[in-house]
Unconditional design. Structure first.
Length: 320
């Protein structure tokens, strides 16, 4: 069974496949991390069984692919939440608070020293060094960049370009890492460095800033992100598209929101049954536990998962 999508879901898909294959020993999973757009195009052209991306489908995209996927087109469901942290290297300093205007200023080269009065004002009692701030960011488009762009555009309007893309906007100042592993190594080796990384890369390796959402600073970590997930809304404003929102007033809300996309109808019952079973396995309690263990992904809320399962279980064979 072929799936195509983002690099960030590769680990989770491998974990889900291991569990799913217990009941489907004769079927292999082939996942190609070629990007969400490639995956969606392949799906609506009948070249894959599912696709993966970091955004819910928009109404125009969800209605595509009727010739292959039937009159209702595609469905889009959230499958995982991956926290994104602001990692920094300030030697002995392990506790730091940043808000969106500060992070925007750092990434756009407006704030260049760690003892800048604006950073000091957000961190009373912390003796910040008078050294250069060194942003280190991934060169290639990424889901993490997409998440940070959305956070900064929402929390620092007017200071950050209104960008929801997966590339850093022009004017971003950074020492470039070709790969995320290069970014992590550069931060580890450079006093004064700062980067945005997903939780699997951060692990226990880096100090991570508390971020401000609205009027509240939130700690980075699974417990805080789970609180934001639990308090967040389940949105179904587009037919057959389920979205998971995070509530930053209740917990840490900077994260990659992983989604999978399926046809509403497949060519035959054998295929439809396989795809349904895959979606159900991904969204099952065991599937979500595997994702936490093997890829540091967190589950959507119970309400969102129930809405997603309803869509997956409606997959059928009548193309109409």
């Amino acid at each position: 069974m072929i799936g195509i999508g983002t690099v960030s879901q590769q680990g989770a898909v491998a974990a889900w496949a291991k569990n799913w294959k217990k009941d489907h020993a004769g079927v292999s999973i082939a996942y190609s991390p070629d990007g969400a757009e490639v995956g969606k195009t392949a799906l609506i052209n009948g070249l894959s069984y599912f696709a993966a991306g970091d955004a819910a489908l928009e109404s125009g995209t969800a209605s595509n692919g009727q010739s292959v996927c039937g009159r209702d087109g595609l469905i889009s469901v959230p499958v995982a939440v991956v926290p994104v942290g602001v990692a920094f290297n300030l030697d002995e300093i392990q506790n730091l608070q940043l808000d969106a205007p500060l992070l925007s200023g750092i990434l756009r080269g407006k704030i260049t020293k760690w003892d800048d009065p604006q950073i000091e004002a957000a961190n009373p009692g912390v003796s910040l060094p008078s050294i250069d701030v060194v942003p280190v960011l991934e060169k290639s488009p990424s889901d993490v960049t997409h998440a940070v762009n959305k956070y900064l555009a929402a929390e620092a309007p007017g200071l950050w370009p209104d960008s929801s893309g997966s590339e850093w906007p022009s004017g971003t100042v950074r020492a470039i890492g070709e790969k995320v592993s290069d970014v992590a190594q550069r931060v580890e080796e450079t006093t004064g460095a700062i980067a945005v990384l997903d939780t699997a890369i951060i692990g226990s390796r880096f100090s991570v800033a508390r971020l401000k959402f609205g009027d509240v600073y939130q700690d980075f970590g699974n417990e805080s992100t789970l609180a934001a997930i639990a308090a967040g809304e389940t949105v179904e404003s587009v037919p057959r598209v389920v979205e998971q929102r995070l509530d930053g007033s209740k917990g840490y809300a900077l994260a990659v929101l992983e989604n999978q996309y399926f046809c509403t109808r497949y060519r035959n019952e054998a295929t439809a049954s396989l795809v349904r079973s895959w979606g159900e396995s991904v969204l099952s309690r065991q599937g979500q536990r595997d994702a936490i263990v093997y890829s540091s992904s967190l589950p959507p809320s119970e309400q969102t998962t129930a809405a997603a399962l309803k869509q997956v279980r409606a997959i059928t064979t009548d193309k109409g």
